[in-house]
Design a protein around this ligand. Structure first.
Ligand code: SAH
Length: 361
């Protein structure tokens, strides 16, 4: 079992973000301070439609209410400390939080729209042996509002050209299910029609396989796309790559995924990073096909991103195609993930690790 997070990790000593509140929570706060409920919608409109960055700008609210908001909540935009633009249009942001920690957010441009990859935790405690996000462990969970603020900040950058964030992937730094409550509020706020109004089918979350939360998530009945970082065709290899597998072994993980599919009727995506000689042979592909043949899924093959602190090697292109062909010939739906932002440290945690050595040691 993962140990419960400490108070310092879940309740950092910082001002609550106004963007953490779902509409009904904002309305409850208003009721508490004897303000009319309809102010909730007005505030939401200022936050998400007009995208103001101070309470002062909310000119249709009484001054007293603006002062109360100011006293109780944090509204300042995330501070952009680094912006890296790739030749392919990908932009990676390093943002600084109220308490000085830093997080990464990535904007990817596709023909079908703008997609953004958000971070859910400062660091990560799951210790996947190939991942840069886990260097330095977990500092703290993000408040829901700090995840929302990432989308808002990128949306502000896109406002200049009248573009829109059209999809969101929760695949940045951190394990989303390790910050379950924050994640759920985040999803509800960006999905809300008075919030950022991003459709559930345009949102994808990815987990390393924290099994109890897969059951919980299945029961939420959300139409959100769901991905699992599988990375191995058997439990021994998976434990080697991902220590979380020692807590929630592969057979338990697969059971929870079957439950999810049964409950939601949706298919899942398996992310499978190809790590030279570790999990990338034709035998591995056949073993993988055996493992998932009865599961409604799609496999996303990811050529490994080299992380200097980690010593995995990339699988040669011809070998990647052989792996893909083996899966396809076995009737498994699979594609190779297109790489973006390769020239700008765009893989999880790479930019933060480079820029903030003291945070990730
Ligand atoms: N903690 C969640 C969310 C992160 S998603 C999860 O594990 O799913 C980011 C994806 O990139 C995950 O599939 C992760 O395993 C993968 N990843 C991390 N480091 C990588 C690397 N160096 N090369 C390729 N994929 C990597």
């Amino acid at each position: 079992m993962l140990k419960p997070l400490t108070d310092k990790q879940t309740k950092p000593n910082i001002k609550p973000s106004i963007f953490s509140l779902e509409l009904h929570e904002l309305e409850a706060w208003l009721t508490d301070i004897r303000e009319p409920k309809f102010r909730g919608k007005q505030i939401f409109e200022w936050l998400y439609k007009k995208r103001v960055s101070s309470f002062e700008e909310m000119t249709n609210l009484p001054t007293g209410l603006r002062e109360k908001l100011e006293k109780d909540f944090y509204i300042k935009p995330l501070k952009e400390v680094v912006r890296q633009e790739s030749a392919d249009g990908t932009i990676k942001f390093l943002f600084e939080l109220q308490d000085g920690y830093s997080i990464e957010t990535v904007l990817m441009r596709h023909e079908y729209g703008n997609s953004i990859c958000v971070t859910t935790q400062v660091g990560c405690r799951l210790g996947c042996t190939f991942c840069a996000s886990t260097l330095g462990g977990l500092k703290r969970n993000l408040q829901a509002g700090e995840i929302v603020a990432q989308v808002l900040q990128v949306q502000r950058a896109l406002d200049v050209t009248e573009e829109r964030v059209s999809s969101v992937v929760v695949m940045g730094i951190g394990e989303p299910f390790d910050n379950y409550e924050g994640l759920m509020s985040f999803l509800k706020i960006i999905n809300h029609d008075l919030g950022l109004n991003i459709g559930a089918r345009h949102i994808t979350i990815s987990t390393s396989g924290v099994v109890p939360y897969i059951y919980k998530f299945a029961d939420e009945g959300m139409q959100i796309n769901f991905a699992i970082s599988l990375h191995a065709p058997n439990t021994e290899t998976r434990s080697r790559l991902m220590p979380v597998n020692r807590m929630y072994p592969l057979n338990e993980l697969m059971d929870s995924i079957r439950y999810y599919i049964k409950k939601t009727g949706r298919r899942v995506t398996f992310e499978y990073g190809l790590f030279g000689k570790v999990n990338d042979t034709v035998e591995h592909a056949n073993e993988l096909a055996d493992l998932i043949k009865d599961i409604k899924c799609h496999v996303n093959l990811i050529p490994v991103n080299y992380v200097p602190e980690r010593d995995y090697v990339r699988t040669p292109k011809t070998q990647i195609f052989k792996f893909l062909e083996t899966l396809t010939s076995r009737g498994i739906n699979a594609t190779i993930r297109r790489e973006q932002g390769h020239d700008i440290d765009a893989a999880c945690g790479q930019l933060r690790a480079k820029e903030r050595k003291e945070e990730t040691r």
